[in-house]
Each structure stands twice: as C-alpha cells, then as structure tokens.
Design a protein around this ligand. Structure first.
Ligand code: PLP
Length: 449
C-alpha cells in the first residue's frame, strides 16, 4: 500500500542536503566542542559557523542564539528564564514574593522597595502546550498570567494586548503561526504596541522620578519583553527579529526539514557596563537566567555538550528553507486552494477552521460534522484514513494518547463536541497535486459512509 504523509506540522522528513551536511559530525569529527585538540576545535568551528548562518537568517548577532534540545525547552527557557531573572533581579540583593500580601518585596542593601502586585505574563489562549503548561506552572509560583482570547477566525487582537499591558507586565508571548489551525498572528503590530508601552512608561516614570521598571529594580532591559514561538512560521514567513520587533524567538529544526532533538531561542542582548567603576568594561548579557547549569556552554545560558550534528543540520535546514521559502509559499498556497475547492464539491458542509487568508499555506484544518446517526467521530476518520494509507492528525489534542477537545478550537468559541471534530492536514515539500487527489478520493469514500 502506498503511504502518504500529511502531518508536516508534527514533523518533517530530513532534507537530503541537511543529512549530507550532518554526516561528517557523527564519526569523522566527533570531538567535543569544548576540547582543545583538533577534533574538538573542528566541532567547535562547525557549531560557530552554524550559529553564524542562523544569525544571518534571523538578522541578529551570533551570540544571541541559544541552542536547546527542543522548541519546548526553548519556550520554557523564554518564560521561566525571564521570570527567574526578574525574581532574582541581578541588581538587588534579594527579591521575595510575599504570598500573604501579594506583593513583591525587594531588598537592595538597606533599601526595601515594595512593588504592588505580582509579576505578569500575557499569552494568547491558543499557544502551544509548551507555553500554556509552563504558564500554569508559573502561576503556582506566584506569577499572574493573562490568557488573551482570539477572534472566531483564531487571531489575537493587538488592542487586547494593549489593554492587558501594565507596569507589572514582564513578558508578552504570542506565537507567530498556530500549530493547529495555521493562523498568522500580527506580531509586528503587537511589537509596536509593546515598544510604545515601554517608551511611555519610561517617560512616565522619569517624570515621576521613579525607577523606570517597577518590577525589575535597576533593570538592564525595558520591560515588558516580547517573545514569539515561530516554530510553525519559519517555513513560510521571514523571521527577521528586527523587522518583527521581538526580543525572544523560538525555532525548532525538526519542523523545517532538519533533525529532531534541536531547537533554539533567540534572546536579544543588552549591552551593559559591568564592573564599570573598576574597569569600565562593556559586556552583553541576555535578559534571562539559565535553567540548566553545568559546563557553561551557550555562554552559560544552556549547559551541556552541544548537539554538533544536530546544530550543523539545523543551520543547513535554515539555509535551505530561506532559499525555498518564496517558491514553496506560492506552490503550497495553490495546492491549499485547490484542495478546498475540490473538497467542497462533494463535502459542502465541511468547514475550514481558522482564518482563510491569514494562515500559513500548508495548513488545512477541517471541521467534520458528525454523521447523521451520531456514530463515528473525527478521530475515527483519522484512523480510517491511516488504514487507507493517509497520515493526518486529529484537530484535538491527542498528544499523550488521550484525546481532549482542542484548546485552540475551544478558543474559537467551538463547543467541546465541535472542538473534537477537527482534522488537521498539513502539506509539505513532498506534497503534490497527485497526492492531494488521492487524499480527496479517500475522503470522498469515507465521508459518504
Ligand atoms: N511550538 C509549536 C508552535 C509547535 O508546533 C511545537 C510542536 O509541535 C512546539 C512548540 C514544540 O516543539 P517540540 O515538540 O519539538 O519541542
């Protein structure tokens, strides 16, 4: 039986050029990048060169990239790392969250500063679980989290970000493209709002003679910071961090035809004078504290021997994606349109979840109405398609082999039953019209039963 893969949002096959680039780093150049000898230095040079390639694509400095073991880890580092930095507050001696009074108490030498309220994070209700579950955990540690609603089409309203921002806000984290319904969020507009808020609060506090950042005393950064999870976006949208206006950005190699087991967090550096009284030296530091400590790799932000083949493969995948992006967007947009037109000829009641225009071109998330006899569900359809050789994904969250209504579809206003009725078809570089026609034939057969 011929098998067809339509689950590129979950994982993508390794690009042959990526595999070739990685090959020498399994056996021939297998040194530890931390070693002094030739083998170590070759590995170290490969990691450096990969970092430069990716930095060029993102429009950032090479020192602003932190390689991680996954996008999940990068998202955790963004949220927990920034919060850790805030709660540790580099420039004060101690910070405690007083749970009884709900106040953050800072002690800087003899100066005790009281800041009203909890530190706050703003996220959208449709973020990936690696953001949402991390938020739930941070809530237990005394952080307030605001979950912004989305429109029926699955888009965050930038005005809702503006409304939620206040002086306690440390971080805003809004994904660039959604993994279930593919909707593209207005990150540049949100960035402008965050940046304006920072400017205004700096002016306001200066006028009041107050510290510019009530949450971080003497902060090296203007708060709040803006993070975007661009894992699903990178294949189809440029992720230049300056153009987007973000301070932190997450990527994953395995979603862009690179290897599994490697992700990254871009973290904007601040240039600061440290030890200025003594030496006046300038140093750059990222706005976050590490979660994994040890050998001091990744400038101390993520210890552990670097995944050399993975990092080399990541850079090769980035390079290839940058070259292919424009053409793939055009090709997949045409295929996406073709599929929906053909589908609606025999299944007019099947609706598309998420915005039709503001979505990445590989995503087709369908709402399958339950059959008249009430028997069978979208998950049964996914299984039936799999048995016929077509790999698609249920729209609901079946990550840990238990199926719950999709939190993304719930956020669109769907009932729990409707939120279980989605199937996600995600196209990729290998998808052509012939494959789509085969899938359409299979769907026509299964939907009439
Ligand atoms: N963020 C988004 C938007 C995703 O789609 C995924 C995975 O599907 C992740 C984060 C987590 O990626 P990983 O499982 O590779 O850590």
């Amino acid at each position: 039986m011929k098998r067809y893969y339509f689950d590129h949002a979950a994982a993508t096959p390794l690009d042959p050029a990526v595999e070739k680039a990685m090959k020498p780093y399994w056996r021939e150049i297998a040194g530890n990048p931390g070693s002094l000898h030739w083998f170590g230095q070759q590995a170290s040079a490969a990691v450096f060169s990969a970092r430069e390639t990716i930095a060029k694509s993102l429009g950032c400095g090479y020192g602003e990239i932190i390689f991680t073991g996954s996008a999940t880890e990068a998202n955790n580092l963004a949220l927990r790392g920034v919060m850790k930095s805030v709660l540790n507050d580099r420039n004060v001696l101690g910070v405690v969250n007083d749970k009884t009074t709900d106040r953050t108490i800072r002690t800087a030498g003899t100066d005790r500063t009281m800041i009203a309220g909890k530190p706050k994070i703003i996220v959208s209700a449709i973020e990936h679980d690696s953001i949402l579950d991390t938020c739930k955990d941070l809530e237990k540690e005394g952080v307030e989290v605001v979950y912004l609603p989305v429109s029926k089409a699955g888009i965050v309203d930038p005005a809702s970000v503006a409304k939620a921002l206040d002086e306690r806000t440390v971080l805003v984290s809004i994904m660039y493209a959604n993994n279930e319904i593919g909707t593209i969020q207005p990150i540049s507009e949100i960035a402008k709002i965050v940046s304006d808020f920072r400017k205004e609060s700096r002016i306001r506090n200066k006028e009041l003679g107050k510290n510019p950042n009530p949450i971080i005393h003497n902060s090296l950064f203007d708060l709040p910071l803006l993070h975007t999870d661009a894992v699903q976006a990178f294949n189809y949208l440029s992720c230049n961090v300056e153009e987007l206006g973000v301070d932190l950005l997450t990527l994953s190699a395995q979603k862009i035809y690179g290897p599994k087991g490697v992700g990254l967090l871009y973290a904007r550096d601040a240039q600061v004078f440290v030890d200025d009284k003594k030496t006046g030296t300038v140093r750059t530091i990222p706005p976050l504290e590490p979660l994994i400590t040890g050998g001091g790799q990744e400038r101390g932000m993520r210890s552990g021997t670097e995944n050399v083949p993975g990092i080399v493969g990541f850079a090769a995948a980035v390079k290839r994606t940058d070259v292919m992006r424009e053409k793939e967007v055009r090709r997949l947009s045409a295929l996406q349109k073709y599929f929906l037109e053909e589908l609606h000829k025999f299944a007019p009641k099947v609706a598309l979840n998420g915005d039709r225009g503001k979505r990445i071109p590989n995503n087709i998330n369908l709402e399958i109405p339950p059959p008249a006899d009430g028997k069978g569900s979208a998950q049964d359809l996914v299984i039936a398609l799999d048995l016929a050789g077509f790999a698609v994904s249920p729209g609901s969250a079946c990550a840990a082999h238990t199926c719950a209504p999709s939190h993304v579809l719930r956020a669109l206003g769907h009932s729990p039953v409707r939120a279980m009725s989605g199937i996600r078809i995600t196209l990729g570089r290998q998808t052509d019209k012939k494959a789509l026609n085969s899938l359409l034939r299979a769907l026509r057969n299964l939907l009439k039963n």
